[in-house]
Design a protein around this ligand. Sequence first.
Ligand SMILES: O=C(CO)COP(=O)(O)O
Length: 168
Amino acid sequence: MKLKKNIALVAHDNRKSDLLEWVGWNWELLSQHNLICTGTTGRLVETCLQERLPDGKPKALSIRILKSGPLGGDQQLGSHIVDGLIDMIIFFWDPMEPQPHDVDVKALLRIAVLYNVLTACNRSTADFLISSPLLSGPYERILKDYSNYIDRNIPEGTGLTVTAVSGG
Ligand SMILES: O=C(CO)COP(=O)(O)O
């Protein structure tokens, strides 16, 4: 993990105001990192940060806006995790309302655990993550070795040939 972190920011509609308040509180620190957001969250975060940047500095902001969550944004973010492009996720998901893309949300949270990505789903955890002394230095994220799984024997007769793929 480099000094400049790749931080994903995502919130469901009922939690967007909480996330924006948190972003507003931490704007100075956040604007020093690369931000990756799902669609609607991203547009709101961008506006929130641009309003706070000193005049003439909006270009200093590094923010990538993916598709909206229900339109595939969570899956895009999951794919970024698999590719090693995300260091931290601040994901204020809604514990009180089902989402049309609940399966995508679950998949995103699963893949974040699998790849040992820092994940905060509430404000207290987000506060602890953003104020961690580890944030301002390089950090080696330990990845579990899944080579036994990758090299597992597939029972004969499936018609499948398992070929090792570099990097798993
Ligand atoms: O639904 C989301 C995450 O599951 C967030 O999507 P939006 O940021 O597009 O609202």
